[in-house]
Design a protein around this ligand. Structure first.
Ligand code: GLN
Length: 560
């Protein structure tokens, strides 16, 4: 590590520290968010999962806006500080929401929705700008260091995630005499807010000294007086779209929005408005770029590769992002959380992802380097297919472990830890590689927009994660609660008995569904079937992406 450290500009460590605190704030909040919605705001798990997916999806839609505002008006530095302050404010609003719900539930709900909105925009300003500053720290002749730089940065992300997912659950997800303290969540949100303020302060005080070019010029200033602009040679070349192309795009967006909405069931506004916005934006932007007449055949081929990979990445994030919703609900409701004699808070189980990324990011990048030296490094889409296959494997293992649990058996925490270990290997095959692949395949004038498309595929993945998280069938706690209410939930779900209107009301008041969830026409009867949905989706995606590799390799025209 020390050798790596010596070779990289000090600015990288400032960005590392800033991003670390920001991810502390983001992942710390993500750990407890859905549990807060369910336990304090009395939402149904299904609705919490859908809102969570929509919220994360929007967090990856707004970077387009953040990138645009930074390029045209404010510059990277200001956007990072603005985004940081907005996220800190959003967390504070969550703190207030979690402080008021017991006296004024409707105010608490309004505060929660406002908070999520503010965080969505804060993240949009922060995330693309900090990532692009990592790239601009390196002069052209040192771009080869970028892969390591991003690996280090990815470790900062996950160190932050690890700290946030330890401290926020420790403070916020608390039991008193075996019963959850629904008033404690606020401390988790407050810790997240403080972390974000720290991150913004780190950046504010250290940026002028360290976030500079090798000859000391400031990076990421206002676009109008950016004296370091000559530094990114050739990158000033921007895409210019004709008015006709823009009008066609707007019309396509509207048509797509309504078409997707038409096929969306239910009345949940996140599902019927936000998800269609996310999906339609991704497809529209992709269409706008690929129809540009200035593209050469090679450029177009390479962009199509980005699109194909982006499409498959959707299934990856949809499966991976169960961490903050369904997997946390399972950890909460049907898992034996005894960890070497200590009862781990359910929201803390996610922390294993951060820990494992931190431990394995460097070994993975060394592995790719070694394979490259031997000429045996797989092309990026193959690594991504491996990532998808690993996710399928992780769910296959867990599916087989929940198979015989019945309604009252508990899943051992070790299986969730194993799941996060395998999913971390999957993430390391897919996530850091995806960004650098987009960088390598994009024609310069479309690079930031294509990053936008790639982020939008993440967003689409999160929206799908919401839909998939919402088909979690009833877990053990629901059967127990129903039993206490004198209702045989299994018999109701199996339609062996028809509940009376009073019983239905009772179930609904207790956030228990009287019907099994349905996904594309299939009824999900139990946790085994729920997990198998992910095995099938990611497994098929892995196989198809793997089979496409000769075609993709050809279309990449020499790029690895
Ligand atoms: N865990 C990474 C981060 O928080 C990657 C997330 C993503 O690309 N969707 O930045």
């Amino acid at each position: 590590m020390s050798e790596v450290k010596a070779k990289h500009p000090k600015g990288l460590w400032v960005l590392f520290g800033t991003e670390m605190w920001e991810r502390f704030n983001f992942y710390g909040m993500r750990a407890i968010l859905t549990l807060f919605m369910v336990n304090s705001l009395m939402m149904k798990e299904e609705d919490a999962a859908i809102l969570y997916g929509g919220f994360l999806g929007l967090c990856y839609l707004t970077p387009m806006l953040g990138g645009f505002v930074s390029d045209r008006f404010f510059g990277n530095r200001n956007c990072i500080m603005l985004g940081g302050l907005m996220m800190a404010a959003g967390q504070l609003l969550l703190f207030f929401s979690a402080s008021t719900f017991s006296t004024n539930l409707s105010l608490a709900n309004t505060l929660m929705w406002t908070a999520l909105g503010v965080i969505v925009f804060g993240n949009g300003f922060f995330k693309p700008n900090i990532s692009s500053m990592v790239g601009s720290l390196y002069p052209k002749q040192e771009k080869s260091k970028l892969d390591t730089a991003f690996t280090i940065f990815y470790m900062g992300i996950n160190l932050g995630a690890f700290l946030g997912q330890t401290i926020c659950p420790y403070l916020g997800d608390v039991e008193i005499a075996g019963v959850r303290d629904v008033h404690a969540f606020k401390w988790g949100f407050l810790a997240a807010s403080i972390a974000m303020i720290l991150g913004t302060l780190v950046f504010f005080f250290l940026k002028n000294k360290y976030v500079v070019t090798p000859d000391g010029k400031p990076l990421g200033g206002l676009p109008s007086k950016n004296d370091a602009s000559d530094y990114e040679e050739g990158e000033a070349q921007k895409a210019v779209f004709s008015t006709t192309a823009l009008i066609v795009s707007i019309i396509s967006f509207v048509i797509l929005f309504f078409a997707i909405r038409y096929f969306t069931e239910g009345t949940n506004i996140v599902k019927t408005i936000i998800y269609p916005i996310i999906y339609a934006s991704g497809i529209t932007l992709a269409g706008l770029i690929i129809s540009d007449s200035s593209l050469t055949k090679i450029e177009r081929d390479r962009i199509i590769v980005i699109y194909i990979v982006a499409f498959f990445v959707i299934f990856f994030w949809a499966a991976f992002e169960q961490a903050g919703s369904s997997l946390t609900f399972i950890a909460d409701n049907q898992t034996d959380l005894n960890f070497f004699g200590w009862q781990m808070p359910p929201s803390m189980v996610q922390v294993f992802n951060g820990i494992f990324v931190f431990a394995f990011a460097l070994p993975f990048s060394i592995l790719w380097d070694k394979l490259r030296e031997k000429g045996r490094e797989p092309i990026s889409p193959v690594k991504q297919a491996i990532g998808l296959a690993l996710i399928a494997l992780s769910y296959f293992i867990i599916a087989n472990n929940v198979k015989d649990l019945g309604n009252s058996g508990l899943l051992g925490i070790k299986w969730l830890i194993l799941l996060y270990l395998i999913q971390t290997f999957a993430e390391l095959c897919l996530s850091p590689i995806g960004l650098s692949l987009v960088g390598k395949l994009s024609p310069k004038r479309f690079a930031s927009l294509l990053f936008g498309v790639f982020f939008l595929s993440n967003a689409a993945g999160y929206a799908l994660a919401g839909t998939l998280g919402s088909i979690l069938p009833s877990t053990g706690d629901k059967f127990l609660k129903a039993e206490k209410l004198g209702i045989d939930l299994q018999a109701v779900l199996d339609k062996r008995i028809t509940p009376t209107p009073e019983q239905l009301e009772l179930l609904s008041q207790n956030q228990i569904s009287a019907e099994n969830p349905v996904f594309v026409g299939f009824e999900i009867h139990n946790l085994y079937e729920f997990f198998m949905v992910f095995v099938v989706l990611t497994g098929i995606a892995a196989v198809i992406l793997f089979l496409l590799r000769p075609v993709l390799k050809k279309m990449m025209h020499g790029v690895k």
